[in-house]
Design a protein around this ligand. Sequence first.
Ligand code: GLN
Ligand code: ZN
Length: 769
Amino acid sequence: MTLAHTLGYPRIGAKRELKKATEAYWKGEIDQHALEAVGAELRARHWQAQRDAGLDLVTVGDFAFYDQVLNVSVLLGAVPSRFGHFDSQADGEVDLDTTFRMARGRAPSGQPAAACEMTKYFDTNYHYLVPELHAGQTFRLASDRLFQEVDEAKVAGHPVKVVLLGPLTWLWLGKVKGDGARGDDAERLELLDAVLPVYGEILTRLADQGVEWVQLDEPALVQDLPPQWQQAFEATYNKLQSAPVKLLLTTYFGTLGDNLQLATSLPVDGLHIDAVRAPEQLAAVIDRLPAYKVLSVGAIDGRNIWRADLAALHESLAEAKARLGERLWLAPSCSLLHVPVDLDSETKLDTELRSWLAFARQKLDEVVSLSRLLDKRATPDDQARLEAATAALSARRRSTRIHKPAVAERLGAITPGDTERASPYAPRATVQRRKLDLPLFPTTTIGSFPQTADIRAARRAFKTGELSQDAYEAKMCEEIAFAVARQEALGLDMPVHGEPERNDMVEYFGELLDGFAFTEFGWVQSYGSRCVKPPVIFGDVSRPAAMTVRWSTYAQSLTDKPMKGMLTGPVTILQWSFVRDDQPRATTCRQIALALRDEVADLEAAGIQAIQIDEPALREGLPLRHGQWQAYLDWAVECFKLAAAVARDETQIHTHMCYSEFNDIIASIAALDADVITIETSRSDMELLDAFQDFAYPNEIGPGVYDIHSPNIPEVEWMVRLMEKAAERIPLKRLWVNPDCGLKTRGWAEVEPALANMVEAAKELRRRH
Ligand code: GLN
Ligand code: ZN
């Protein structure tokens, strides 16, 4: 029998129950008892869903009130002292409020303290809390939660498999802080010997509870690992093999590559591989798999929302089944945390589009049916599911809603000239300077102004039909006029319209482009209680009509200063959507780029002299393996240029990125050939500009002079000092003065004095230089 299981299930709830409960708890609206009850109810429901689908094991340990990586840190007692726990000295449980304070700096009880750092989990849009470590740290078993959850599942009568982040990936994701921290890869490994006994203790306790299988997630194995880390895998699993449980070592998000031999040879009872992102590794893994091990094949896509081709999978896995027999397990490629919960909630999606999709609950069914098909014990329902999938997929392959000959033709006609501006930067800068007539240290902002409650209420009323189209547009114009007037009064050199009409920088464009669809409940956890609802790019992308021109031209009509048009870039739109799986991502990205190219041309024709194309997601699109970086960067850069290069020399193209770690990709950033790039630098004291200086970055830069995430009003002197530091690295003529990012999350009461100080700082700089 092929065992069916999942690496994890979304915990947020089909109606975002967990989000609502945790936020209510943080606000003091419900007590901890009530919050715990919601957690228990969701766990019970999700385990039952796994059983109802017919999985052979339910997965325990994927639940978290905030983040599963943070849960492991708490389990190991890795709580920085500022949260009131002192390593091994304290012997009590780390309580829930401490966990919340680590995550967000505050909780209903306890002293506020600086939250732990948060960052993206591998190449997903899920953010985890970075394990904060220090040299010489000790660890201890500091939470009973996991064991309680195991009891819960056992009481409910479920066959339990426990999931836990493996010790090496937990350390790999961590960061050593404090005096003397070197920041190299080796220093985290020095803590391994202290961590392993606690893992041993955890595994023993689980065994005592009657747990047979423990899934240890080690996705670090799909990345480029330094040799000492590879060796550490051997040593670690040699030690852990004495634990009285069976270990399933799970890898996902990519190919094992050079770690394949290592992964197959570790002394564990089973291995899971990602056969969606890296189907080609299946045969090689089976060749090397010792006879005592099971192989869990991640055959159903845990990262995307497309319905699986059960017939094709049945065929392609037949050989694996023949070779492995009972040793074959089936699962989604990774935890289902990264997809929405239940397609059945989507009552408004048209039936055809819906027939092409599968969310977490449907993916469980796919795993189960596939395993029964492979075992030749398919029920009529399994057979019907396979046939329905085949029919839906063949309709999808032929659908005229997806395949637009005009889009394909246009893509085929792209020439190298389409991605180059008419002239190089230097002559462009000369004509732009003449035309735009900007002072030294020109001031601008990143695009959005406060999204007030008023604006959001108007949009809600418009969506429900309470507010007419005309009334809504009038309201948006009012907001634009307000923002432009404020900028005039402040004396900003290059104003923006303020983006009041945008709910979200990707969704706004997706709604106006063909080839995009939107779900009602397609929420995916992004961090803590935060969820995102990514658009679904299902078909060829095209632009039926201009998307931003009327707002920008209206804004321009209110001022003599050059209004900056505002677009979201092709890579960011791609990166923050569910992308179709029937063509390369690069192809979809080029389609989006062509649509944006038309928008650039239209803005320019309407008299807009500067256009910003935001690409905050460019960096996060980098593949997990360095060897694949360049190929990605090549098409990402090409797509940006395809959108931008239609602009005439005198039209100034800006771009913006919400970070400043450019060291390793600076050549590609320069290759974008944007006339101006605005970046986040204020928190790093401009040191991150070194990458630009070392590279002799040729175009203009606006290094953010104040952190928009903070409500503090930045002082003039502070910003002058930062710009002086910037001026040591970048020629004066190429510097802009602007905040770090958009201002939509702030209030006008903060924005006005902050920008007034920023304009003052620019004036001071002009006086000095
Ligand atoms: N133009 C966008 C804004 O100002 C950019 C947002 C971003 O970089 N994430 O809101
Ligand atoms: Zn930003």
